[in-house]
Design a protein around this ligand. Structure first.
Ligand code: ZN
Length: 158
């Protein structure tokens, strides 16, 4: 009886091809799954479990930023092929296929803990993206994902 290989690649190339259709907006997991052509369970069981940046609202609904998702998926795909760690202040340039320095970046928050940093590759002029932990200090939740987020905050974003 064949055992199911656990090393199945997280990201298929067919999903990479669909990334450009993701927009600068928040998606529900079902919407994102449809855009990427995957089952919604894959979003929950594989993507989110492996670190896809997402925002969990007070009611428990999950929202995912389209561009952040695209950047994350690409980073996962690259990580499988070459393991070039990005230093602080660098982002991966998809066109040059090497890390590029982040200069004059624009930052936008992704949820409470992460931010999307965008800049222009000084070598080729392509937009480069990096998702990183938010620079803003956040008490006590530095490493815990997924639970305890609502405690004490009481702030509803809508
Ligand atoms: Zn470049």
């Amino acid at each position: 009886m064949p055992t199911r290989p656990n090393s199945k690649p997280l990201i298929q190339r067919s999903q990479l091809m669909r990334l450009p259709r993701l927009l600068d907006m928040m998606y529900r997991p079902a919407e994102l799954a449809e855009e990427l052509g995957i089952h919604v369970d894959t979003i929950y069981r594989t993507y989110i479990r492996n670190g896809l940046p997402h925002e969990r609202q007070d009611g428990g609904e999950i929202y995912i930023h389209g561009l952040a998702c695209a950047a994350w998926v690409r980073s996962q795909f690259k990580a499988k092929r070459k393991r070039i760690p990005l230093a602080d202040g660098q982002a991966w340039c998809l066109r040059c296929r090497i890390p590029a320095p982040i200069e004059a970046a624009t930052r936008r928050p992704l949820g409470k803990k992460r931010e999307l940093v965008q800049a222009v590759c000084p070598r080729c002029g392509a937009t480069i993206n990096r998702i990183q932990r938010s620079m803003l200090p956040s008490p006590s939740d530095a490493l815990s994902d997924g639970e305890g987020l609502g405690v004490g905050s009481g702030v509803g974003l809508s």
